[in-house]
Design a binder for this molecule. Structure first.
Ligand SMILES: Cc1cc2nc3c(=O)[nH]c(=O)nc-3n(C[C@H](O)[C@H](O)[C@H](O)COP(=O)(O)OP(=O)(O)OC[C@H]3O[C@@H](n4cnc5c(N)ncnc54)[C@H](O)[C@@H]3O)c2cc1C
Length: 462
């Protein structure tokens, strides 16, 4: 039987009295992320250095207590939810940008740096970290790496794993190791940094990251294409790539998403149609004009009822603002309802985009559920937001069925249940179906690195 008071004393001696808590109110705050799942930690600590983290992990390993790393808790899959109790290690005190090295196109950051903070600092020098999550003002770099996150611009610039060069990790043993290299390319050994991308804190704690950065593009424009038919919008996505065009962003808002945004922000000038596609193009001023014109042609040929090209900063910002508020607006159509983060991150191959759009609509109709669909459609990634009255048990029953059908459909179309939000608890039940025998390999890796299963247990079906 573990003596909690004794462990708490040891934790306090590592991080200092003010950075450790067993207070009921504090434990409650750290019981959630934004998913519908809930746990309860035994302790919350806020270490200030990798060495303190190593000491905490050694202690946890000695007593076989779960350790749950946590960034901002903006995860949508339950990854930071302490389902088996244990020590939540909040990493937000490690929030320094340690190095900006523009000549080598790289930065070194601590894991608690908030995504938007990094990009604000880089923008001052004319550079950016291209991974672009909608949660930029919340998500930490450690959380982003651990969830394998991405965002609006993954269509052209790729995802977090494409930018991780080197990581410092506290292993489950408490040992601190550095994996990866500062070299722009390396053919040396296993690709260990990538092992920790998307590991959701199950293999160790990231305490430092060296990331690639890029110079900012000179100019940007948005092409806005309105469709009176959902399938035609899906076809326009396929036809864009088939025409050899790769926009820097390609987002969709379906009719319910547009209605929600318009109700939430009536002053935004957006059309209400079956689907709206937002294509962002970037590059040189001449290059973006040419690319925008080509996209306009593709969309018109695919049946768009209206196409506009926005080059002014005001219109550009207004359209991105419409996209940015859609998550918050999902409940605007029915204030009694809440968006529940379930089945909201499916991703399919581009050629199946028209099919999955229709399938989501069909499932919504079958269950009489308002599904507000939007997302990074240029990467095949959709966020079909399920909006229900959470006080109604029947609605929850429906939600689980809808979630099952949407995610199964994505898998059947050669896709994945998660393009960027991660597995956590929410999608663990689909892991065998998605990965088959590869799950055994994941369990072998987990067991080799964490034989006592202390690192974020109960996640990812491990
Ligand atoms: C409105 C909204 C919009 C969003 N939009 C996007 C989007 O466009 N793209 C996207 O990818 N995500 C998006 N998300 C989801 C979420 O913001 C991301 O998953 C984000 O990367 C999580 O970061 P965090 O710091 O909040 O991590 P947390 O939620 O605290 O943790 C996430 C996971 O990472 C682990 N972890 C955290 N830090 C570390 C560390 N240093 N070492 C090891 N493990 C660690 C945790 O244990 C957990 O498993 C959105 C969420 C919201 C609420």
């Amino acid at each position: 039987m573990v003596d909690k008071a004794e462990i708490f004393d040891k934790l306090k001696s590592i991080v200092g009295e003010e950075n450790a808590s067993m207070d009921e109110a504090v434990l409650r705050v750290y019981s959630y992320d934004v998913s519908p799942y809930k746990g309860r930690p035994d302790f919350v600590v806020r270490p200030g250095t990798p060495e303190e983290i190593a000491e905490i992990v050694k202690l946890a390993n000695q007593y076989k207590i779960p350790v749950i790393p946590r960034g901002a808790g903006s995860g949508a899959a339950g990854g930071a939810v302490p389902v088996n109790g244990g020590i939540v290690i909040e990493l937000t005190r490690l929030n320094r940008i340690l190095e900006i090295d523009t000549a080598n196109l790289q930065v070194v950051v601590e894991p608690g740096v908030v995504h938007a903070t990094l990009n604000k600092e880089l923008a001052k020098l004319g550079y950016f970290f291209p991974v672009d999550p909608g949660s930029t003002d919340m998500a930490t770099i450690g959380g982003l790496i651990s969830n394998g996150g991405s965002g609006m611009r993954s269509v052209k610039y790729g995802v977090t794993r494409d930018y991780v060069m080197q990581l410092e990790i506290v292993l489950p043993s408490g040992e601190i190791v550095t994996v990866g290299s500062k070299a722009p390319k390396s053919a040396s050994g296993y690709d260990l940094p990538r092992l920790f991308v998307g590991a959701e804190g199950t293999l160790g704690i990231i305490t430092k990251a060296r990331l690639k950065i890029l110079p900012m593009p000179q100019a940007k424009a948005l092409v806005l294409a309105a469709f009176d038919d959902l399938e035609k919008a899906g076809n326009a996505v396929v036809n864009t790539f088939a025409a050899g065009i790769v926009p820097s962003g390609l987002e969709i808002l379906d009719r319910s998403a547009l209605e929600a945004v318009k109700t939430y922000r009536p002053n935004l000038d957006i059309p209400i149609v079956e689907a709206l596609l937002l294509f962002e193009v970037d590059g040189t001023p001449a290059g973006i004009r040419e690319e925008a014109a080509r996209i306009e042609e593709v969309c018109k040929n695919t049946g768009a009822v209206k196409v506009d090209i926005a080059t002014s900063k005001e219109r550009f910002d207004e359209l991105w603002a419409a996209r940015a508020v859609v998550g918050a607006a999902t409940t605007a159509l029915n204030p009694d309802c809440t968006r529940v983060y379930e089945a909201e991150d499916i991703t399919v191959p581009i050629t199946n985009v028209p099919k999955i759009l229709l399938k989501i609509r069909e499932i919504g109709k079958k269950y009489g559920m308002n599904i507000v669909t939007f997302g990074h459609i240029g990467s095949g990634n959709l966020h079909p937001a399920l909006v229900i009255n959470v006080l109604d048990d029947d609605e929850w029953d429906k939600l689980w069925k809808v979630s099952e059908e949407i995610q199964t459909a994505a898998l059947e179309m050669g896709g994945t249940t998660t393009g960027e939000h991660g597995i956590g608890i929410a999608r663990a039940r689909f892991m065998e179906a998605e990965h088959g025998k590869a799950m055994e390999l994941m369990r072998v890796i987990k067991k080799a690195l964490d034989p006592n299963n202390i690192m974020n247990p109960g996640k990812m079906a491990l």
